[in-house]
Structures are given as C-alpha cells and as structure tokens.
Design a protein around this ligand. Structure first.
Ligand code: 5GP
Ligand code: ZN
Length: 165
C-alpha cells in the first residue's frame, strides 16, 4: 500500500487549532473563577435582600464578625461608636445592607430609618441636644470607608474647632 507522506503544514495547523482550544478552555475557567469569587464577596440573601460584602469592615461589624460598640439598632440601620472619635460623641450611622455611598440607596425604608436613627440618638443627648451630621460621600469628599455612613457628632462645637460650612 502506498502511504501518503505526512504534510508538515497540516501538522502545524492541527497544532495551532489544538492550542486555540486549550487557550479557550483556560480562559473560560479563569472567567468562571473570577465570576464565582466576585459572587462570593457580594452575596445577596433573597429573603431580606441584604447585601453583604465580605471584605467590608462595616458589613463585618453588622455581622458581628468585627468588634464595635453599638449605640442604636433598627431593622435596617445600625449606629456604633467611631473607633477614632473626633468629639466626645462620635457615632457612625449605617444601613445594614451594603451600599458604597448614598446614591446607591434606593430603598425608601432604609432612608427613613437613617433619619429615625438620627432622631433617636439626638433625643438621648444632654440638653441642648445639639449635634452635627457629616457625610463624606465619595473619595474626593473625603470618604475612606466605602459602606454608606453618616457621622453623628456631638459634645464639641465643630464651628469653634474651625469647621464652618
Ligand atoms: P469616612 O472617612 O469614610 O467619612 O469615615 C470613616 C470612619 O470610619 C472614620 O471616621 C473611621 O474612624 C471609622 N472607622 C474606620 N474603621 C473602623 C472600624 O473598624 N470601627 C469603627 N467603629 N470605626 C471605624
Ligand atoms: Zn459593607
């Protein structure tokens, strides 16, 4: 029987096609891995539509995985002492569900509870129950923790400390 000589060009094509298949398979696995790890970082529990970011310090405080001194809590909102207080009273008021900043909060219940928390903390203050609410919303505005929060400050006049808006 006459055997066809092996065509080296055909071999090269086969090798290129094989390489492309392997490359596609590896890329598919990499994309799948990235997608899965992103999902595990930001999980939404369908029952309460609570968004939790595992790498977020405030989400960890809400989950009780990081220490904090809680000063107020409602269904959707939490208030705790700032770890580096700038005044005798310096609390942080946060929605329990993760959002990077105020623009992301679309749920009117959360918005309402944030206001309610301000009021309830204010009513516990000594007379004259004076306080400031400061929101650094966005990196350029000075935000350093990207889980929405309001600073509740009292016991020291920010105005006499040189801050004037
Ligand atoms: P921002 O600069 O984003 O407006 O405010 C973030 C605030 O979070 C800072 O005042 C900082 O002191 C406070 N903070 C950062 N990490 C922690 C923490 O682990 N626990 C508490 N209680 N406060 C924190
Ligand atoms: Zn968070």
């Amino acid at each position: 029987m006459h055997q066809k000589p092996n065509n080296p060009l055909k071999k090269l094509y086969m090798l290129i096609i094989l390489n492309m298949i392997v490359f596609c398979a590896v890329m598919y696995m990499v994309i799948l891995h990235i997608d899965n790890s992103a999902k595990s970082r930001a999980t939404t529990t369908s029952a309460s539509s609570m968004v939790v970011h595992q790498d977020c310090i405030f989400c960890n405080i809400v989950a009780g995985k990081a220490p904090s001194t809680i000063v107020g809590e409602s269904e959707r909102v939490m208030a705790f002492k700032n770890i580096r207080p700038r005044a005798p009273i310096h609390y942080l008021i946060i929605p329990k569900s993760h959002s990077c900043d105020m623009r992301e909060i679309t749920d009117p219940h959360i918005r309402g509870e944030m206001w309610e928390m301000v009021r309830s903390l204010a009513l516990k203050l000594e007379e004259p129950q004076a306080f400031n609410i400061v929101v650094n919303n966005g990196a350029v505005a000075g935000q350093s923790v990207f889980h929405t929060h309001w600073h509740f400050v009292s016991g020291k006049s920010l105005y006499s400390a040189g801050v004037r808006l």
